[in-house]
Design a binder for this molecule. Sequence first.
Ligand code: GLA
Length: 735
Amino acid sequence: MNIRHLKNPFEDVTDLFVLSTRKTDYCIGIIYDEGYVGHIYYGKKLTGHNFSGLVRINEYPFGKAGKEREKCSFHDMVSLEYPSHGIGDYREDCLSVETPEGNSAVLPLYDSYEIIEGKPKIAGLPASFGDRNDVTTLILHCLDRILNLKVDLVYSVFYDNDVITRSVRITNGSNEQIFIKKVYSACLDMDNRNFEALSLHGSWARERHIEKSVLTHNKTIVESVRGESSHQDHPFLALITPNTTQETGEVYAMNFVYSGNFRTGAFLDQFDNVRMFMGINPVDFKWKLLPGECFEAPEVVMTYSSDGLGSMTRAFHDFYRQHLIRSPYLHKKRPVLINNWEATYFEFDTGKLLDIARRASELGIEMLVMDDGWFGKRNDDSCSLGDWTVNEDKIKGGLKALVDEVNRLGMKFGIWFEPEMISPDSDLYRKHPDWAIHIEGREGIRSRNQYVLDLSRQDVCDHVYEQVASILRSANIEYVKWDMNRQLTDIGSAYLDSDRIGELFHRYVLGMYSLQDRLIKEFPYLLLENCSGGGGRFDPGMLYYSPQIWCSDDTDAVERLSIQEGTALIYPLSCIGAHVSDCPNHAVGRTTPFETRGHVALAGTFGYELDITKISEEDVNMIPEQIDMYHRYNDLVREGDYYRMDSYLDNHTHDCYGVVAKDKNEALFTYVQVLGRVNYKGRRIYLKGLDSQKEYTVDDGETYTGDVLMNAGLLIPEMSGDFRSRLIHLEVKNG
Ligand code: GLA
């Protein structure tokens, strides 16, 4: 059983719930007859569950919680599953409200429970899924009896994945409206083990760099208030014990299946207890809940590893591949594409695109993607977002003729959209200025010359959907890059009542999800790639709709090492959009060998983003070889287990990571020597993840056992020059 319920297991605990995965246990205790939902344990799997000496509620310095005089002190120190506001838990709480009288306190206490085989959906939101063989769900029904507010704490246990997901449902059972002012989805209270916080931080073109900091009494907060998960902070947090490596140390990780404003954090309280939390950011959030209505908060994915970050990574990768990404392309090789953005920017027409396509098809490239600039009057970024009609001055003869011609060359065709946006200089804005998110009477802040559409409105969503869908219906378009190039400001809506403006950020995200949902329902075989100015919305929420996301507008092979390392810490390589681009690199100005660019892009979806008609013959000649390499290795890269040997972010000299097949019969490691130096000895790399007994033949023809490669290492001779790279392929012959 993944979930066990024990009645009166020991003193002061009326109900114990043990949630078990293959390697972990998570224990919840209902404390006292009042029914506090207490957190008892999360960590390595246990053989027994007698926690009587651990709970020790009688020994709280201020006496039993049942003694009314010191309830406040009790609230402020007990480990809780879902602490609430205004009742004396002065640490960061998870839930606060505003009643018609203006009060904010809320105290949901345990009422009953339910165990379901499988997992209920979360209305309107992306969420992990699984059938009764994969997952069991515990719902703790809690109730604030004064407010008649029902709070359901939902825990889904994915036994084989070592993952527990959490979400929360709030139902107004009263006869009056109530506002939810804050609703997190998960909280984890535990003892401190000198934890460090590990998070992913960045900026445009420098997303998801790994950062660590010591956990102290000052709150560590990782958050976005930008309307999307963002380039800057990432909806992920891990607490790790000191000196955690890829193989050793304890890791508690949370990742949010949500693409809008979030807040996660952790800190030590006055008694050095740890509290870790994650949910929708309460900044600018206020949700009106009418009698009978239910609000469902997005899902948090939690995992615990007692053997370092590598196991955490592989748990997330498998979980997302098995229980989150739905696309029919998930387990398929994606067509090798060429995108014209860095090749032409806005300056292209049918002739130019076909020149690229012709050359590309000769070299084995399988799809042409027409990026920004094909619609309205768009020749730069100053206009036309919202006017999704083909610009026939550029696309002469129309879209269908172009697509047909590309198809005749044996290639697929893909197209770029930015459906959530509106340019002030557009027919759409001239007709519907109130469709932009704006505050009446205030000149909106422009970013990249554009405003954001008010997706809280059904009429706006319907219009946007029809515009995009009718283009897709008009020709054989097999791929869409869905972009989102600015963050939200001027939070106001011509549609929402003043007491619902606090819903706009979340309703925007719900509107965007509903659009993507409609799109993949009408076009189930469309390959959808999400994007947000590169990697500004690379999160599990978007992966529910698209099997791949453009990882960053920085395509430089060296910068990509760190961006892709941080991204692959959580997300499988199969969803990381990566292309070979031209040099000097357009983002950082660096020149790296074409070969290295290919090796780095191989740890992703793989494609090209350059003017193939202009690059050197030497580079062009390498393309068929690179495409061959992609076809040879992509099954392994897409489906295998990810291992990290060395990190350029840490050592400033070289990077090494690899993928090992599930049956351990094949592996591919990538080594990048970032800076050349005199080292006659070469560098020894200690491979990981192999079967120690199996005999692996390396591509130089030598055969070694796995334990030799992992313990004695493999010598990589020094290569002359900077930014050089090498792929190391291993295979068990007759394996
Ligand atoms: C964003 C994307 C780029 C490109 C441009 C087009 O920046 O990340 O790849 O599509 O928009 O305007």
